[in-house]
Design a protein. Sequence first.
Length: 373
Amino acid sequence: MADVVVEDVKMTEGAAPTAEGSKTEKAGNADVKMSDGDDKEKMLKAARQIEFYFADSNLPYDKFMWTLYTKDPEHWVPVQTVSSFKRMREFASQGVEWVAKALRLSEELEVDETGTKVRRRSEVQEPKGQFERSVYAKGFPDEDSTLQLKLEDFFGKYGKTNAVRMRRDEDKKFKSSVFAEFADFKTVDVFLNADPKPSWDGKELLIMTKEAYCDMKIKEKGLTGKAANNRKEHMRSRGFDAFREMARAKDGGSKASGKSSEPKKDVFLDFMGTKLLISEDEEGNGTVKAEEVPFVKGATLKFDGCGGDVQWSEIKDPIKEKFERAPFIKYARGDNSGLVGFQKELSEEEVAYIKENIKTINSNTVTWSVPEG
């Protein structure tokens, strides 16, 4: 579950219905008695973190949180549970009662009379324009324990954010880039047109709208027509979507989504006599686990010096006339090197051909070598 601190996430006004026999304590600063030892700013920070978990921008797209939310007919969620989430650990020493007291400062959430359950004050609304209000930014440092908070503070300087999501590869390694969703289009313009340009540690970031980023990736892969539209739709979508699931259930299955209700079949790649399971990364690209790829000396080449980006066509097109089957490329965005696997052991003449025909990748001169293992 993605844990992201957001500032003042607002949701639709209006109180949720109260269960019969269950009383709630009205939230609001005036209703909460603060003791001398209470740190109001710290309590507000805790409340805002939990507001994010319940926000329209997160709740219906977080399968675990949505399961908690729908488990109770009146949508009560245990304070103990949300207090245990990763981004709430800094408040662990305060105890659950303290968290419940902090939640009574929220105008978006309400706490039951026992102080053990919390829920939204309003019905969940499907957000509009999330994709269009999102930006892509690249050029951040390696991840450490403080980076997420620093990123949130960084984007918060330009306006209110709903979420800042660090992008990761299949091995969960940070890709030095993020998708940030702003609360309104005005803030998107402020960020993209900022003068000076947004930078990190003195280095200017690569920034664009999320839509422009998707268009760029589609162009890199040479997709057009229906294939391009399908890829863009895939990149717009999110893994779990409660609204999509509810539509399917209401329609009796798959009609609302246009997808088969049958489980998705696994797809395999036959490589060097071994079947490799193909999975999708967050951009919809087919990928396999490195540890499952058989190593055959002489069948794999390594390139170095690409400068952090690779277009598959830069490798495949120059040698497609030489090799009957396209090679398998193992590369993670942001890395300076990658592997190219072939269906057989390469001869010296074939290695020389590759070196001669692929001298540059991403406008950078690359060197080729044969890995030892």
